[in-house]
Each structure stands twice: as structure tokens, then as C-alpha cells.
Write a protein that binds this ligand. Sequence first.
Ligand SMILES: [Zn+2]
Length: 459
Amino acid sequence: MPTPRTSRRDFLRLAGLGSAILGAGASRALGADTRAAAANAGQGRAKNVIFMVSDGMSVSTLGLADAWTRFAKGESSRWLQMYRELPVVRGLSETASANSMVTDSAAAASCWGIGERITNGVINITPDGRRPTTLLQKMKAAGRRTGLVTTATVTHATPAGFVATIEKRSDQKGIAPQYLERGVDVILGGGTDYFSAELVADYRKAGYAHLASRKDLLGWKGDSPALGLFSKSHVPFEVDRLHDASVGAQTPSLSEMTEAALRRLSGGPDGFFLMVEGARIDHACHGNDPVGAILDQVAFDAAIATVLKFIESHPDTLLIITADHGTGGLQLNGVGNEDLVGKGPAYQGTTEAFRRLMKFNRSQEVLGRLTKGLDPKKFLAAAQDATGLEFSAADAPKVSSLKTLNEALPKYVGISWTSKNHTADPVEFAAYGPGAGSFLPFQRNDEVHVKVLRAAGVA
Ligand SMILES: [Zn+2]
């Protein structure tokens, strides 16, 4: 593959464009239909609920994904555009679990699943051993169709937290049959590893379509329940889906999975509950992979666009968009001298540094796989190929592994991290549509469950 490098001419061009594009502010307005639908917002009962989770997303990730779409397309992200144009209830959510100020995804999703804080690592079993009925079970009992869409394994902690009851989140083979027992209508994501041939046969016997590729998904008419598993483990990162044709051919986007799920779910008479998770923002942040995180957030944003389009013709839908916790503490830091004395405007290298990220063409997960066991010089060449960066003569010899690549990156792209772990910061919480008015500018994660049920007329 030819190695794209950022030339000096590019730098000058980008430096000139940066402020113009950031200043361009707006973007194509949301459709008139969306704004008309907004007239119904906050009133009446929600026939449908769509609950979207960006796993591991801090506010900084939301902001950087917005900057990315401005540079790439001259448009704001849909999420922030929604804040500007629609009557959204926007707030913060606290994210703690029963045993820690920092939650894991199992305890966080269980808050939404049962309305109680539990111990990290457990799915919907309380510290005193109770096993309350979960959100999807309650929705199902009330006649709603139900669906789970994710870029993780479908049996991963976040989707499982809305449905399942199990002592350990790692027991994904124990979670897989619970979706069938509990009647989840549409299950789309990764994770064939956790579904035995016998279990897939059980799903088929119960009338489920079995989808195994992007082609299967796009050709599926939505005339039956469906189990769609598009990878052995998690669905590949968006950056790899975009830059590797074979990955792109096999793997649907989060937006395509969401659209397919809506085809099935919206066909029922009594409404539905759908969870949509952008799961791999969290995984990228655990690996301190900036483009992995930002592009998966951009893919999540495309799923928001798909959902807003659906709501134009289905205004009786409550939409919630939030995160379960932050991960990694990703930030874009000012690049360049802060001292104004004779050195030009402060931080003037920042935009140019950020735009270097747009030449990255691989996730660090794939780079790590491709360079396993390579000698340091070959690693450097592969790292330059994957990032489009040209390291200085002083830095180049140090870039010999993923770890040392990450140590070198902040100087070139301005991004740095606080850890490879989850963080305690409060997260975004947005609600739009019937029932949105019951959410507050600040709430605890365990207060959401009952409000969703009440909005839907189920509790
Ligand atoms: Zn995580």
C-alpha cells in the first residue's frame, strides 16, 4: 500500500483551512419533518423507545468526533446538531456502581436493566442476591418487540445488561441462550464464538432468520425475528471497515444494523424497545487508539442520523442517547508554544496536529496483529504506513512497538490520555420525544430505568 505522508504543502493548506472550517459552524439543517415531529416532543406516551449507548465516551470524544465530521464533510455531528435544533432534554449522568466510583459496563447497563446499582462485573443480580426482572423482559411482557444492536459481541456486558441475569459478565455462553428464552426479537452484532451450532439451530427452530454477512443483512426483509452475527468476536473497528475492502464487504455498519432492526421492530402493532450500542469507542480508548475511538464515534453518529430519520415518521418514539462511563481520559491538548512573547499566537500547531489523525488508516488492534514478532525497524515502517506520520530522526528509533508508538504520538497529533482504564467523569445524557420531560439536567444512572418504563406506559 502506498504510504500517505503529510507534506509541508499540506500543512500550510490545512493551517489556512482550519479556522475557516471550524468557524463555518452550521451544517445542513435537520429536515423540516424532524422539526415538525419535535412539536410532539415531551408529550403523550412513547409507543417506541430507542436507547443509544456510546460505550466509554467522554465529552471530549463527542467534541473530537464533531470536529472530525466538520473537517471531513463540512457538517456538524448529528448529536450536537440535535442539541442546536431540537427540543432535547440534555443533562449529565453520574456513573458510579455499587462498589466503586468507577463503573464497568456490566454494572452500568444493569442500572438501566433493573434500576439498581450493583457490583462491577455482575449482570442484573443485586449485592443481596435478588434477580429483578429486566427492562427488556418488562417491555416484552407489555407486548413490545425488542432488539439489541451492537458492535461488540451481542453477549457483551452492555447489551446483556438490558436483558440477562448472570453472575459473571464473562460467561457469554451463558448469556447467549437467555436472549432466546426471553424473546429478544432482533439481535445484531458480533460473537459467533458464543453461539454453538446447536444453539443457532434452536434460534432457527423458533423462527429466527440467521444472518452471517453484510449481504445477508441488507437483503433481509424483516419478516421474522433475526439473529445476525457478523464476526467471531467484536465487529471490526470502523477505521478498518473503511480502509480494508474485505472487512467492509463482510461487516455492516452500526447504522445499517440499526436500520435493519427498525425494519423488523416497527412492523409490530404495539411498539418496540431497541438498544443500539457503539461498543468499540470503549475498546479503542482502552488501547489509547485515538482514531479507533473517534471513527467509531463518527459511526455511532451515523446511527443517530438513521434514528432521527425514523423518528420523522414515528414521532411517538422516545430517544435516549448517553454513555455508560468515560474510558482512558482522551483529550486534544493545545500544541505549540503558550508563551505569546514574540512566538506568534498560542497553540497554533493544534489544528494541524489533529488533522494528521485523518491520514491514519488502521486501528492499533490491527497494527498490533500485523506487526507481531517483527523487528523494531519493520515495526517503524508499519507504524508509518498505518498513520501517515513521518517521525523525526530523533523519534524514529524509539518507535519500535505499540507502546512506544503511543508514547511518541502526543507530540505529533496532540492527543493524550490519563490511563487505559474507565474514568469517573459524569457523561452526556440526552432525551427527546414523549416522556423526555421526566429526565433532569443531572441524574444518577439508576434513576433512568423507571423513567423509561413510565414514558412507555409500562410502569
Ligand atoms: Zn471498557
